[in-house]
Design a protein around this ligand. Structure first.
Ligand code: FE2
Length: 372
């Protein structure tokens, strides 16, 4: 029996017979043409020390590489049929949506003006709410730009699809998601939010550099994990995710928090949400691009120069994103959409972890998050 150890303890117990197929599994994790993070140099001695691959019927995940890099890809996590079922369900939800209340979602320097001043955003925690691309609304009329369909105007739908919709709930609560999460080291995972992101053709907006824990803050330690499912192929052209491998060892730079002036002192003219800096030295390299994109022309070059790596993936692949890892995505410049369904989970109360009361997302009456 071969015991593979991760920093958090034994994760895979493989018989000698199954250990013989490890080179095959490794080959699958290094599909030609895809960028891979981390040291993938392999020899028979270092392999057992460096890699712990969790294997189950439906997927394989390089746990050690994820712990080393804070980011990784699980190939073929969902089937083509599952992806298309979720896309069809979203198409139905959008068809039924009445776009009379248009709310834009953005991650640029107007983020606190938008999400920070919107009851619609704050009320979306356990609902199905629709957010538009910044360029979709005619500022003069407040209506969709002429000629734009609502289907091609949406930035995202969130943040309670995992509780409100049967198709998305089925995936979110699947044994596969639970097994993966536990293989990665989460013991009592709970699920605060889910998002469906469209990344529309030609103008799907960039997502600026950030760490997810800034928005899903837990105490006394950060425990957020993002499961980014590609419902369509994600490429350099249509806005795949970029991440800086190893940046999950860096501190959380900012926290998106409820402004007490609004919520406690009752000043309804004050912003609902604000950012606070969490690190003393805000002259560090990552702070230069926090909430922005790294400088550079073209944008890809700026991202490369800052240490970001693109994670292109196929339909059904899952990108793992540690809550502290620095990541972004660039504008979709192609004629292909890049739909994704994303879960963000945290460690639960049985592990002594608490959801910050300052987070934007708060369930009514203190209801607990869905347990995985
Ligand atoms: Fe993110």
């Amino acid at each position: 029996m071969l015991v593979l150890l991760s920093p958090r303890g034994p994760l895979s117990l493989l018989s000698e017979a199954s250990s013989k197929i490890i080179p095959f599994m490794f080959a699958r994790l290094t599909r030609p043409g895809l960028q891979r993070a981390g040291n993938l140099t392999l020899n028979s001695t270092s392999f057992r020390r460096t890699f712990a691959v969790h294997v189950c019927d439906g997927f394989q995940v390089d746990v050690q590489s994820f712990h080393d890099n804070g980011v990784g890809i699980v190939q073929n996590f969902a089937s083509q049929e599952e992806c298309e079922k979720m896309m069809a369900q979203m198409d139905t939800l959008v068809s039924e949506w009445d776009p009379s209340d248009l709310v834009v979602f953005r991650t640029d320097d107007k983020q606190t003006e938008n999400q920070g001043n919107s009851d619609y955003f704050l009320d979306s925690g356990d609902g199905i709410a629709f957010f538009l691309e910044p360029g979709a609304v005619d500022e003069a009329t407040g209506l969709l730009q002429e000629g734009r369909s609502k289907h091609l105007s949406l930035n995202k739908v969130g943040h309670g699809l995992h509780v409100q919709d049967s198709v998305f709930r089925e995936y979110s609560t699947s044994s596969r998601v639970s097994e993966l999460t536990r293989a990665l080291g989460w013991i009592d995972p709970v699920l605060p939010q889910s998002m469906y992101i469209f990344k529309q053709p030609h103008d799907g907006a960039e997502v600026t550099s950030h760490q997810d824990s800034a928005f899903l803050y837990t105490e006394p330690r950060q425990t957020c994990l993002g499961l980014w499912l590609a419902l369509e192929d994600a490429t350099l052209d249509n806005g795949c995710v970029w991440a800086r491998p190893g940046s999950h060892h860096e501190p959380i730079r900012r926290q998106f928090y409820r402004n007490p002036e609004y919520f406690e002192q009752g000043n309804k003219d004050a912003p609902q949400m604000l950012f606070r800096n969490l690190i003393q030295d805000d002259t560090t390299e990552p702070m230069k691009w926090e909430g922005k994109l790294p400088e550079g022309v073209p944008a890809e070059q700026g991202a490369y120069d800052a240490g970001f790596v693109p994670y292109e993936c196929k339909q059904g692949d899952l990108v793992l994103i540690h809550g502290s890892v620095d990541h972004l995505s660039l504008k979709n410049t192609s004629d292909k959409s890049r739909h994704t369904f994303q879960l963000h989970l945290i460690e639960g109360p049985k592990q002594g972890v608490a959801w910050s009361k300052e987070n934007w997302l708060q369930l009514a009456n203190g209801r607990p998050f869905l347990s995985l």
